[in-house]
Design a protein around this ligand. Structure first.
Ligand code: NDP
Length: 292
């Protein structure tokens, strides 16, 4: 048996047209493009390459992009002051603050300084709190609108567009970060899966994984999840981005897992390409909400 490959690259390609159509309709209606601002303090090479890639990706779809850089010795007051300026700037609809921030900066305070309505990364406590309090799909929403971090949103979009039925299924999420594992677990719960969250202190991780109908990996350890950890026919979503030498690999040992799973995302070409797509959707959504 060989698993069906859930290609995020193919899905992202097809969704680019949807994004462009959305942007064009917005520009036609309002005369300006939905625009994101990135705040970067310091010259971390990974942050620079991420913001360059983002500028290219947003520009290619017709979205606006503004980069705001501060020196590596910027103070808390300067960073928060810039965020406050962007909150008030009507030409900016989404704000992202790049990590890592310089040593000594209180990252939580910077996140909280952002307007929740412009927090397109879904990291402000209002957005994470509303996700946690949101009612299951099909019931009255219970909370106001919120933004979901782009990476888990992309994982959910892969499941949705491949018509994976989550209702009543056991989903196991390995990883509990605020940006991937935890929101993924909450999103699966909202879609009526029964969810277990695993982490570095979980006893018998292989045994837990083997109970999963849907197995999501967000760990950051190359090829950690082995084929024998996977229930035959399970659906595997691998968020891991790791390097084994020059080769990019996921958290799941793909060569082994593909023989056991029913469906699996590859690395590269799985969840990765969906992240920018979902971020762009958040920027458009933010602009639409601000018009209202
Ligand atoms: P974090 O380092 O913030 O979290 C890792 C999680 O994995 C933690 O909850 C940790 O547990 C858990 N963990 C670590 N070691 C083990 C272990 N041996 N067994 C079980 N659990 C373990 O990482 P992120 O959530 O930010 O990222 C996870 C992965 O996703 C990384 O590879 C990252 O590069 C990738 N990523 C991919 C993106 C994409 O676009 N596809 C975007 C963002 C991230 P504990 O809480 O106990 O420490």
């Amino acid at each position: 048996m060989s698993a069906t490959i859930l290609s995020g690259s193919e899905l992202a390609k097809s969704m680019r047209a949807e994004i462009e159509a959305d942007v064009q309709a917005f520009v036609k209606a309002h005369g300006y493009a939905p625009t994101a601002a990135i705040v970067r303090a310091g010259e971390d090479p990974a942050s620079i390459s991420y913001s360059n890639a983002l500028e290219k990706a947003l520009g290619a779809r017709g979205l606006g992009f503004k980069l705001h850089t501060l020196p590596g010795n910027a103070s808390q007051k300067e960073i928060v002051g810039l965020v406050a300026k962007l909150n008030a700037d009507k030409t900016v609809h989404g704000i992202m603050v790049q990590e890592p921030l310089p040593k000594g900066i209180d990252e939580a305070a910077v996140k909280e300084a952002m307007s929740p309505d412009k927090d397109v990364d879904g990291v402000h406590p209002v957005n994470t709190g509303r996700l946690a309090q949101a009612a299951p799909a099909g019931r009255p929403p219970m909370v106001g609108p919120f933004f979901v971090p782009a990476t888990p949103a992309g994982g959910m979009e892969i499941l949705k567009r491949n018509k994976v039925n989550l209702l009543g299924k056991h989903a196991v999420v390995v990883g509990r970060s605020n940006i991937v594992g935890k929101p993924m677990a909450l999103l699966l719960l909202r879609e009526n899966a029964s969810v277990s969250i695993c982490h570095s202190q979980t006893a018998d991780l292989p045994g837990m994984c083997r109970t999963a109908d849907i197995l999501c990996a967000a760990v950051g350890k190359a090829n950690m999840i082995k084929g024998y950890w996977i229930k035959p026919g399970a659906i595997v979503i691998d968020f891991g981005v790791n390097f084994a030498g020059d080769k990019m690999v996921g958290d799941v040992d793909f060569e082994e897992a593909v023989k056991v799973a029913g469906m699996i995302t590859p690395v590269p070409g799985g969840t990765g390409p969906m992240t920018n797509i979902m971020l762009m959707k958040n920027v458009i959504e933010a602009a639409k909400r601000q018009v209202k």
